[in-house]
Structure formats: structure tokens, C-alpha cells
Design a protein around this ligand. Structure first.
Ligand code: AMP
Ligand code: MG
Length: 345
């Protein structure tokens, strides 16, 4: 087993129960502030020599268009909604905003991409320049009061509209899932399987290795090792949200990038959440939402989202999980030595 890199962005590792078959190849691309590994049959890679370059181009475009602080579609959307109050979005953007809105509705705003102005205020928007000082309580209150929720945005076809508020939609809690789904759609359209797409520990699988099932590792939120492993069925995605991904400590408090839109502050009751779902978009958004939900609400919120596979590590390190997740989870102590690769930072 390869060692986990210190300060991993997310969790996890690879792959099937048993050593990696030699007929597989792994490509590593850098995108979305992490490394994206694509593991696929060597034969398929020979048959589709253009595939990896095409995925790389798609990820580059995705980064530009779905990151609020670059010069792409999302930043145009934010400017237009805050000034004119309308924006003609691409179909893909309108679809993703629609899915994000439904998660916001199902979670009573625990997940809300409208937190962008707060994310910026806390300084968690730029991974290359980590913040070290929290904003003042007065600035948090003022930013909270001025920020528009994604709930206020109406969608008519691809036309988005909203009145009044200033919008800094930040799709950082859902976009990686959407990006992985797009890559998977490309791979599926070519009929390639089995494949693992792993973006710094957030991942989705296509098909299943012959005669085996996928088993992936979940990073321990406080150590360099694993919390445990879970099995994945064909097509499933596993995403984690953790307070170890982007954080600093101030006066003994860990201040990190997952904000509770109701308080404008990092949610402190949780260390990590892992969600398994049928697609990356839902798994990504749900992991962020359940992180914010906290000890009393996460199970009911998962049910409202249609999520049956979820695991939560509380602030005291205690692990809770849904009954279905219990059947998939194996604690690290008996995780075995068949885990081949780890998430990177
Ligand atoms: P994730 O790692 O998927 O949990 O996403 C965390 C990122 O989502 C943060 O870096 C922010 O950009 C954004 N974010 C933070 N808090 C929230 C929230 N409550 N709802 C939606 N997005 C959030
Ligand atoms: Mg997320």
C-alpha cells in the first residue's frame, strides 16, 4: 500500500479487492486544485488515444466556468444576477443550478451555494493563499444579511432570474461531483469499463472489475491513515467533506472552509462526512450538506435527500453511520493490505 500523503485534500484511495491487474493504466491530471487519477483498462486506452486529452480539456473548461473567482460562466452569472437580475445560462449550468437548488430546498439551506460572499470573507476561496485571521463578527453579520440564497433564483428554461440581492454563488460544494459525472459520461459513451475516476479521494466508478467489487479507503480526518474502507457498486460515487481539507487554527479553534449559511461561520460539530450515491453531483452536495447538518439533523436530512449510504465523524471523533453503510464499511484495523493507492494533497 502506498502511503497517504500528509494533508490530503479529501480522503481515499483505490480500488478492487486484490492487487491491481497489470492490464490497467493510471493517468494523473492536475485540475480543480487536486490531482485527478483515471484508472482504466490498458486496451481501452490504446483504442481511444484521444480520451485523456479530451478529459483534460473538459476539466480545464469546467474549472474556468464553474469556479466563481475565475473569468468564466459562473463569474458572469454572478455579475449579471447582481446587476441586471437575469442571466442566460448554458444548459449545463442551468441544470447544475437546478440540482443545487433542489439540494438547498431539501436541506433547509444547510447546503446553499449562496455562501460565496462568506467564503470570500473568510478567505477560503483561494486554495493557494490560505487565510490565517477570521473576519469580525460585524463583517459576518453584514455579509450574511446582504448575500442572496440560491433559493431566490428562478429558472425558466436556461434563463435565470433573481431580484435585489448580491449574488456570489459558489459551486465549490457540488462542482467536483458534476465534473466527475461528466468525465464518467464520456467514458460510458465509449463503452469503457471498469474505470475509476478519483479526484483527490472524491471518486466514481464505472462498471466493476471482473469477479471482484470496488473497495476504496476513507481518509481518517485526524491521522494520515485510513478510517476504514467501503465497497462500491458499479456506477456509484463516494464523496467526503472534511474539516481537514482547508483550515487553520485560531485560539484553539479549527476554522475551516465548510460554512453554516445560517451562522456564517465554520460548522464545528463535525470532522467529516462520507456519502455514497448513484452519481457524483448528489454525493458531493449531500456530503457538504450533511456536514453542516450536525449530530441531530444529519440522518433526517440524508433521508430527505434520498441518501441511504452515509457516515459521519463527530467533533469528538465518534463514528456514526446509516444501517446500509454499516454493511459496506470495514474499520481500518482489518482493512487489509489490498489498497493500492491513496488520495493526494
Ligand atoms: P466540499 O468540500 O464539497 O464539502 O465543499 C466545500 C466548499 O463548498 C467550500 O470550499 C465552499 O467553496 C463551499 N461551501 C462552503 N460551505 C457551504 C455550504 N454550506 N453550502 C454550499 N457550499 C458551501
Ligand atoms: Mg461537496
Amino acid at each position: 500500500m502506498r502511503a497517504l500523503a500528509t494533508g490530503c485534500l479529501a480522503l481515499i484511495c483505490l480500488v478492487a479487492c486484490g492487487p491491481r491487474p497489470p492490464e490497467f493504466v493510471e493517468y494523473r491530471l492536475v485540475a480543480m486544485a487536486t490531482s485527478v487519477e483515471i484508472t482504466l483498462p490498458a486496451e481501452a486506452s490504446r483504442q481511444h488515444p484521444e480520451l485523456i486529452a479530451s478529459i483534460e480539456a473538459e476539466l480545464g473548461a469546467f474549472e474556468r466556468d464553474y469556479y466563481a473567482w475565475s473569468d468564466g460562466e459562473l463569474s458572469r452569472l454572478n455579475r449579471a444576477l447582481s446587476s441586471a437580475g437575469t442571466f442566460d445560462a448554458s444548459q449545463a449550468m442551468a441544470d447544475l443550478i437546478g440540482r443545487a437548488k433542489s439540494v438547498t430546498a431539501a436541506t433547509n439551506g444547510a447546503f446553499d451555494p449562496g455562501v460565496g460572499a462568506l467564503v470570500e470573507l473568510w478567505g477560503f476561496n483561494d486554495a493557494t493563499r490560505p487565510p490565517s485571521t477570521p473576519p469580525s463578527a460585524a463583517d459576518i453579520t453584514a455579509t450574511l444579511a446582504a448575500a442572496g440564497s440560491i433559493d431566490d433564483i428562478g429558472i425558466d428554461g436556461t434563463r435565470l432570474s433573481a431580484g435585489g440581492a448580491r449574488f456570489t454563488l459558489d459551486l465549490g460544494g457540488i462542482a467536483k461531483g458534476a465534473a466527475i459525472d461528466r468525465i464518467v459520461a464520456q467514458i460510458e459513451s465509449l463503452g469503457i469499463a471498469p474505470v475509476l475516476v478519483n479526484a483527490g479521494g472524491d471518486l466514481r466508478v464505472v462498471g466493476e472489475p471482473e469477479g471482484r467489487s470496488w473497495r476504496i479507503g476513507i481518509q481518517h480526518p485526524r491521522g494520515n491513515g485510513l478510517l476504514g474502507t467501503v465497497t462500491l457498486a458499479a456506477g456509484e460515487a463516494a464523496f467526503s467533506s472534511g474539516d481537514y481539507e482547508r483550515f487553520y487554527e485560531k485560539d484553539g479553534e479549527r476554522l475551516h472552509h465548510i460554512l453554516d449559511p445560517r451562522t456564517g461561520r465554520p460548522a464545528t460539530h463535525t470532522q467529516a462526512v462520507t456519502v455514497i450515491a448513484g452519481d457524483g453531483t448528489l454525493a458531493d452536495a449531500a456530503a457538504t450538506a450533511l456536514f453542516v447538518a450536525g449530530p441531530d439533523d444529519w440522518r433526517a436530512m440524508a433521508a430527505r435527500l434520498g441518501i441511504v449510504l452515509a457516515l459521519r465523524v463527530g467533533a469528538d471523533g465518534g463514528i456514526e453511520m446509516t444501517p446500509a453503510m454499516r454493511d459496506r464499511f470495514r474499520p481500518a484495523a482489518d482493512a487489509g493490505s489490498d489498497i493500492l493507492a491513496a488520495g493526494d494533497g
